[in-house]
Write a protein that binds this ligand. Sequence first.
Ligand code: BGC
Ligand code: NOJ
Length: 806
Amino acid sequence: MKYGFFNDIDKEYIINNPKTPYPWINYLGNENFFSIISNTAGGYSFYKDASKRRITRYRYNNVPADDGGKYFYINDEGVVWSPGWKPVKNKLDEYACHHGLGYSKIKGKLNGLKAEVLFFVPLDFDGEVQKLTLKNESTENKKIKLHSFVEWAFWNALDDMTNFQRNLSIGEVEVEDSVVYHKTEYRERRNHYAFYSANQPINGFDTDRESFLGAYNGFDHPEQVAKGTSGNTIAHGWSPIASHFFEMELNPGEEYEVIFILGYAENKQEEKFLSQDVINKANAKRMIKEFSNGEQVDQALTELKQYWTNLLSHFQVKSEDDKLNRMVNIWNQYQSMITYFFSRSASYFESGIGRGMGFRDSNQDIIGMCHMVPDLARQRIIDLASTQLKDGSAFHQYQPLTKKGNHELGGNFNDDPLWLILSVSAYLKETGDWSILDVEAPFDNNGNESSIFEHIKLSFYHVVNNLGPHGLPLIGRADWNDCLNLNCFSEEPGESFQTTENKKGKVAESVMIAGMFVIYGEEFARICDFTNNPDEAIKARSHIEKMKAAIDKYAWDGDWFMRAYDFFGNKVGSKENEEGQIFIESQGFCVMAGLGHEDGRAQQAMNSVAERLSTPYGIVLLNPPFTKYQLNLGEITSYPPGYKENAGIFCHNNPWIIISEAMLGNNEKAFDYYKRIAPAYLEDISDLHKTEPYVYAQMIAGKDAAIPGEAKNSWLTGTAAWNLYAITQYILGIRPDYEGLRIDPKIPDELTSLKIVRKFRGAIYNISIENNGGKKMTCYLDGQKNGSLLPYKGMGKIHDVKIIFE
Ligand code: BGC
Ligand code: NOJ
């Protein structure tokens, strides 16, 4: 069953049934001010950091689901309803939610009254703009009452949800004209406040939640709305809100428009107050003026759409497959930008308080967005490198507000450093900007600087310096698979597997890191080649050769690559094991590393994946699932079979197999795997899939789960970047390389003719691919026969590329 449809022209997903199986959300904002908004206008806003600067309140995992958001209540002569269906949940005559790129539009209609609310955060603006339009489409005059509603959060999201003994006494607001100002803690150490403005005169307001809702009422039945009044309350403590109240009369055909701004503003210490305890509101007023009429709003929306169109224009494909087109051209790129902004911090599955910017996550996110905004990628790489430690290891996370490594979450995940080589090499290939290697970045942000080149060299040698008994990399706390905790041995209920490491860990080794080392180690060596460091390159390659030999000798299990050696030196991911005999990660990374391509082992590993791990809904992480908790393996065995790392379909790692299949020339298989998890292909089974059909989820329940195919944790996942990378660079095969664009499509038979526009380093490549089914490729660059590398010839050039397979 579907709950909406794609509108590819406007780049929107339009939801026409509000009761989606889970709230289907969108993100607003692209620099400082962000909002998350669901299809029924649930959600919240924050400034820069969802944990430390929360602007509106949200209760996760609430009952009823997704309660709390940016609500409007319409009282049409006694009939109360909301344009987004929730919170009132009156049956509407019409409902639609258009989730677009950086904006959402929610429309409702009841008894001839039409309401439309546009929500977006304009470019370079620290606030959410809401344009609400009411239109009387009936033949009668209507007397309408309208209430807006947001609930303030006290900045620190965790404290806001827990420290009630203090918080219920500190709330403060001011009301002036049509603006409610939220100033809790402003009187003391904060220099920032929030506001909620309207550009029309109001007939009243409320700022005290209980007076507005009425004691024991929910958001669905506010007392003031039912009465058609406002309390004109000023909150003192308890829970401040902001609600505007309007009364109007609309003739048939008449429209009424209000523009609301939910904004954030800061003042310098000496300019904080106008008079005793009264906020200096100049900054808010300046912002309010920027959107005082509908034209200003429409103009800003046009600019925002233009911004996104421009970003997406760096890679556009036209093929016979609409689902492929909309994934690549719109939604997968959009999701990659969103994961770049948020890492894994704030979604409807991430509370915004738990996690900062992950070192490995953020480095991997670069491969999904550096073609769109290379400058942001560059800065992110420098920020990440600046948290690295002198021995090459890395903090697992940093906080976006301070950019400092998060000491509480520690480090010692031995895959982390290598991902920095991935991001740096991806950036270099995309931009050709070798100067990044000379940028000086500190260690642990403490001033001791080293070049980015030195940072990636340290990443490389961090592996070399931490090898285990078989010459394979020590896993440390865990590798990419956070739940493979081979040195943890946790017996304490509730103890975090992520921060606990109970054993010294000089034995447990990771075959996945070994594969990664071969791949990213070779990238390091190539960077040495290009920067005229032949000695470094030779040295690096000798380490890589040793690693390959160690994998060949100690990590091939007969039909697939093993996963690890545990604390005792026993095999993990081997036929010898009772459960968890085969894992996906080492198959992907060893085959992507080129291992076993000549002697058939790579193909054999892929056959084993197809046999043991592949399901109609995607490829599971391991098989057979763990049925018992095992001390020596950690969190992975804590999940019930079929979920998350314990044999769930972990969508982040499916592209490793897609790429491997493509590298082996198994074009059909690669595309088949791609389609199994790409959300646009799952739209018809939304009932089962549950999460948004326009973005990837981190996990789909595996074949051993109660309901295989059910997805969770949509939006913020490395799945976005990796699938975009797999489809654009390996299946469509347009791959940036240090010297130019590498052309290596691995197209399935069902796609016979494709057109791709790739903007690359300021040049435009108009590429056409004619697929006559064969594997022999002929490539023409500007009419001349060319090999598979299109050498970069400079900015501003427009190239014509023709590729024929026969
Ligand atoms: C999850 C992982 C996640 C880790 C870190 C674990 O509980 O299963 O997917 O990476 O937590 O937060
Ligand atoms: C999610 C985490 O964000 C990521 O860092 C990790 O690699 C995967 N889970 C797998 O455990």
